[in-house]
Design a protein around this ligand. Structure first.
Ligand code: LUZ
Ligand code: MOS
Length: 753
C-alpha cells in the first residue's frame, strides 16, 4: 500500500485544524468554570455560593442539587459523583459549576466562594491504603505452575521492592467541551474525548434522559494518551448540565492549572517481587505483588490492574508465576488510563527483578533476558498460548543489525578511560498484547457513503488524537476502491452516525475501525461490480477497479468510476454501507483467570546507551537503537512517529517526570516549572528504528500491527542504562528500583557507600 503523509499535517502547520477552543461559538454562549475541593478528604460543613452568584455577569452556580438524573459518572464501578455531595475525597474534586457571560467574571466568582470542610484522615500511598484495608475492589491473582514450590528448586532466589511514579498526560489541548441546546430538549456536545459513547452515556444518566437525545461529536483531540478515555466525561457532563437548565450554549475548557490539579494520571505502583533462577539462568519462578495507587474512585483502575497482570512477564517465558494486583483507594484524583495502561508498571518490575538477579549473580542482565525469551507455543500466566512469536527474532535482529558486541565494547572502553563520565548500556525487549483486555469492548463500526459524483464520506468510531488513525482509514478506503485520496473525506466521530463505540484506546483503533471499514468497502464494491458486469456484459469476477476506472480482465473498459456510480444510482443500488467488526478468537474467563484475551502481540527490542556526568548526576542518552515489529506497516511515517513519540514519553516517565503530592494530598508538581517533560534534548541524539522483517499478522488490519502503546516501554531501558553507568562509577552502589531516575537520585547513587 502507498504510504501517505498525515492528512492533518497541512492544517496543523497552518494553524487551521479545529480543536474545541477553535469552534466558532454561537451568540449568547456562556462560560463555565469548576470550583473544586481545596482539601483531599473531609465532610463539607458549609458551602457559601450566594455572594459569588451576585457578581455581575455571573448567571448561576450549580451544585449536585441541580442534577436532575443520577449524580454518578463511574464507568466501571458506580463510585464517582459528578459533583461532590457531603464528602470530598481528593483535592481538585469538582464541587460547583460557575456559569457566567465571561471567563473573567467566572474566575472572580470562584475566588470568593467559601467552603468549610471538616477534615478526615488523608491517604496518599498505595501500601498505606492497603494497610488500612482501603481498596477499590477485590484483589486479583493470576498464576501458572506452582511458584511457591518452584522456589525450592532454584539455585538463586532474590527479592526486592519496586516503585514507579505516576505520569501527567500533558496533552497539548486541555480537557474541554462545547455544548449547544437543540430543539425539543436535545443536546449536542462537541467534546475532546477518546470515548464519545462514554460521554453520551454518562450525560444521559446525569440528566436522566435517553441517550438518543444526546449527540456527541469529536473533531479531533490535541493529544489524549489515555487521559481522555474516561476523564473527558466530567467536563462535558458539567457543561451539559448547565445547558440543560439554561437552554444556552456553554463552553467549558480547563486551564492548564485546573487540568493538572483536577485530573488523574498514570497510576503510581508500589510492588514487590521474588525471582528464582536455575544455574543456567533460566527463570524458574516469579512472584509479584502490585499495589496500584488508584486514587479516590475506580475510574479504569480495575482494567488497568488486569493489564498489569497480563504483562508481568513481559517478553519471557516463566514456568511458575504468581502475580497479585491490589487496586488501592487513596485520596488522590482518580488515576486513569495512560499509554500502556498498567502494562509498563508490570514490565518494569520483571526487568527490575532481572537486573537484581544479574547484579547478585555477577552477570549482565542481557544474559538472563536472552535465555528466557518467549518461544512458539509458550503459555503466558493467564493461559494465552503464544503463536507467531517474534521475541527471539527481534532480539537477534537488534543484536546483529546494531552490532551489540561492538556497542558494549565501546562502552567498556570509554569507561576504562573516563573517570568523570561513565556510560551504561541496556537492552529492553517488549511484548505487548493487542485488544482491550475486556473482550466485549473489541468491536467497531464504519459507515461509508459513496456520493453520486463518486466521492466518498467515511464515519467510524475512531477518534483522531494526533496518532494518524484518520490517515490510515483514508488509505484503507482509497486502496479498497482504488480511488484518489483527495476524493475521500474522513468525517468527525459522531454518536449519531456511528453508535455504541468503544473508546479509541488500547492501540486497537486502527485495527477495529479499519477492519469494519474494509468490510463496508468490500460490500459496496461487490454491488458495484455487479452493476459493471451487467453494463459491460461480462462476468462479475472479471471486473476490477483501478485508479478510478473499471477494468475487465485487466483491460481498461469504457466505464469510468464516475460513470459506474451514476449507473448504480440509476439502477437504484445502495451506495452506502454500515459494517460491523468484532475481533474473533479472543475470550477470557475471570472466574478461573485463564483465556486468550489478545488478538496478537507486538514485539521489539531496544538498545539504549546513556552517559552519566558523575560530578553532577546529569545524564544524556547517546543512542537508542530499536528493531520494532510493525508487521507490514501500511503507514511508515505515521508508525515511526508513534515509535519515536512513545519512546520519548517512556523515557520521560522513567527518568524525569516526577509527580509530587504533599502529605495533605495537594499536587506540588502543578506547573511546567516543577514538572519536567522530555524535550528534544532529553531523548537520544541518535535514534534508529529498523523494522522487523516479518509476514505480519492476519488479526492486524492489512497485517499492519498496532503501534500506539508498545514502544513506550522501550523507555524502561533508559532506567537501567543509567543504573549501569552508576554501577560503573560506584562499586558500592546498591541497586534501587525507584522510578523516575532523576539526576538527584543519580547523584545520590554515585556517592553512596
Ligand atoms: N483501555 C481499556 C485500554 O479500556 N482497556 C484496555 O485493555 C486498554 N488497554 C490499553 C489502553 N487502553
Ligand atoms: Mo489508552 S491508555 O486510552 O489506549
Amino acid at each position: 500500500m502507498k504510504s501517505m503523509t498525515n492528512i492533518d499535517a497541512f492544517g496543523h502547520v497552518r494553524g487551521e485544524s479545529l480543536f474545541i477552543d477553535d469552534i466558532v461559538i454561537k451568540q449568547n454562549s456562556l462560560f463555565a468554570l469548576v470550583f473544586d475541593s481545596p482539601k483531599a478528604h473531609g465532610i463539607i460543613k458549609h458551602l457559601e455560593i450566594s455572594k459569588a452568584e451576585k457578581i455581575e455577569d455571573v448567571i448561576k452556580i450549580f451544585t449536585y442539587k441541580d442534577i436532575p438524573g443520577e449524580n454518578q459518572i463511574g464507568g466501571l464501578l458506580p463510585d464517582e459523583p459528578l459533583l461532590a455531595e457531603n464528602e470530598v475525597h481528593f483535592a481538585g474534586q469538582p464541587i460547583a459549576l460557575i456559569i457566567a457571560t465571561s471567563e473573567k467574571s467566572a474566575k472572580k466568582a470562584r475566588s470568593i466562594i467559601e467552603i468549610e470542610i471538616d477534615e478526615l484522615p488523608i491517604i496518599t500511598g498505595a501500601k498505606e491504603a492497603a494497610a488500612k484495608d482501603q481498596f477499590i475492589n477485590a484483589p486479583r491473582t493470576v498464576s501458572l505452575g506452582n511458584a511457591d514450590k518452584a522456589f525450592n528448586n532454584c539455585e538463586y532466589v532474590f527479592e526486592d521492592d519496586v516503585f514507579t511514579n505516576g505520569q501527567e498526560h500533558l496533552y497539548l489541548e486541555t480537557q474541554g467541551a462545547y455544548v449547544e441546546p437543540m430543539e425539543n430538549g436535545n443536546i449536542k456536545i462537541t467534546s475532546s474525548t477518546q470515548g464519545p459513547t462514554q460521554v453520551q452515556k454518562a450525560i444521559a444518566k446525569v440528566l436522566g434522559i435517553g441517550m438518543h437525545k444526546i449527540e456527541v461529536d469529536v473533531i479531533r483531540l490535541g493529544g489524549g494518551f489515555g487521559g481522555k478515555e474516561d476523564q473527558a466525561t466530567p467536563w462535558a457532563a458539567l457543561a451539559a448540565l448547565a445547558t440543560y437548565h439554561l437552554k444556552k450554549p456553554v463552553k467549558l475548557i480547563l486551564s492548564r492549572h485546573d487540568d493538572l490539579r483536577m485530573t488523574g494520571k498514570r497510576h503510581p505502583y508500589e510492588s514487590n517481587f521474588k525471582i528464582g533462577l536455575s544455574k543456567d539462568l533460566k527463570i524458574i519462578a516469579f512472584e509479584a505483588a502490585f499495589y496500584q495507587n488508584s486514587g479516590a474512585a475506580a475510574d479504569l483502575s480495575p482494567a488497568i490492574a488486569e493489564r498489569t497482570l497480563f504483562h508481568a512477564t513481559n517478553s519471557y517465558f516463566i514456568e511458575n508465576v504468581k502475580t497479585t494486583v491490589y487496586s488501592c483507594k487513596t485520596n488522590l484524583p482518580p488515576n486513569t488510563a495512560f499509554r500502556g495502561f498498567g502494562g509498563p508498571q508490570g514490565m518494569f518490575v520483571i526487568e527490575a527483578a532481572i537486573a537484581k538477579a544479574a547484579h547478585e549473580i555477577g552477570v549482565s542482565s542481557k544474559e538472563i533476558q536472552e535465555v528466557n525469551l518467549l518461544q512458539e507455543n509458550d503459555e503466558l500466566s493467564f493461559g494465552q498460548i503464544m503463536t507467531q512469536v517474534e521475541a527471539a527474532n527481534v532480539w537477534r535482529s537488534a543484536m546483529r543489525q546494531f552490532d551489540f558486541k561492538q556497542l558494549s565494547q565501546e562502552v567498556a572502553t570509554f569507561n576504562k578511560k573516563s573517570s568523570d563520565f561513565k556510560k551504561g548500556i541496556a537492552l529492553m525487549p517488549i511484548c505487548f498484547g493487542i485488544s482491550f483486555t475486556n473482550t466485549p469492548m473489541n468491536h467497531a463500526r464504519a459507515l461509508v457513503h459513496v456520493y453520486q459524483d463518486g466521492s466518498i464520506g467515511i464515519s467510524t468510531g475512531a477518534v483522531e488524537m494526533g496518532q494518524g488513525v484518520n490517515t490510515k482509514l483514508l488509505q484503507i478506503a482509497a486502496h479498497s476502491f482504488s480511488i484518489n485520496p483527495d476524493n475521500i473525506k474522513l468525517e468527525t466521530t459522531n454518536t449519531t452516525r456511528v453508535a455504541n463505540t468503544s473508546p479509541s484506546a488500547a492501540s486497537s483503533t486502527a485495527d477495529l475501525n479499519g477492519k469494519a471499514l474494509l468490510k463496508a468497502c468490500v460490500a459496496i464494491l461487490t454491488r458495484l461490480k455487479k452493476v459493471a458486469a451487467k453494463e459491460l456484459e461480462v462476468k462479475e469476477q472479471e471486473i476490477s477497479i483501478q485508479n478510478e476506472w473499471v477494468y475487465v480482465k485487466e483491460i481498461k473498459s469504457s466505464l469510468s468510476w464516475k460513470d459506474l456510480i451514476l449507473k448504480a444510482m440509476i439502477a437504484r443500488v445502495a451506495l452506502s454501507e454500515n459494517a460491523h467488526y468484532a475481533t474473533p478468537i479472543i475470550h477470557y474467563d475471570k472466574t478461573i483467570e485463564k483465556g486468550h484475551p489478545f488478538a496478537y502481540h507486538v514485539y521489539g527490542t531496544a538498545i539504549i546507551t546513556s552517559t552519566v556526568d558523575c560530578i553532577r548526576g546529569n545524564y544524556t542518552f547517546e543512542s537508542v537503537k530499536i528493531v520494532h515489529d510493525y508487521g507490514k506497516s501500511m503507514s511508515k511515517g505515521i508508525d515511526l512517529g508513534q515509535v519515536e513519540g512513545a519512546l520519548a514519553q517512556g523515557i520521560g516517565w522513567m527518568t524525569m517526570e516526577e509527580i509530587a503530592y504533599d502529605e495533605q494530598g495537594i499536587l506540588l508538581s502543578n506547573a511546567l516549572s516543577t514538572y519536567k517533560i522530555p524535550d528534544i534534548f532529553s531523548v537520544a541524539q541518535d535514534i534508529e528504528v529498523l523494522p522487523l522483517e516479518t509476514q505480519g499478522n492476519e488479526m492486524a488490519v492489512l497485517k499492519s500491527k498496532a503501534v500506539g502503546e508498545p514502544p513506550l516501554m522501550y523507555g524502561i531501558g533508559a532506567y537501567f542504562a543509567i543504573q549501569n553507568a552508576i554501577q560503573a562509577f560506584n562499586p558500592y552502589y546498591k541497586l534501587k528500583f525507584h522510578a523516575p531516575m532523576t539526576p538527584e537520585k543519580v547523584l545520590m547513587g554515585l556517592y553512596q557507600y
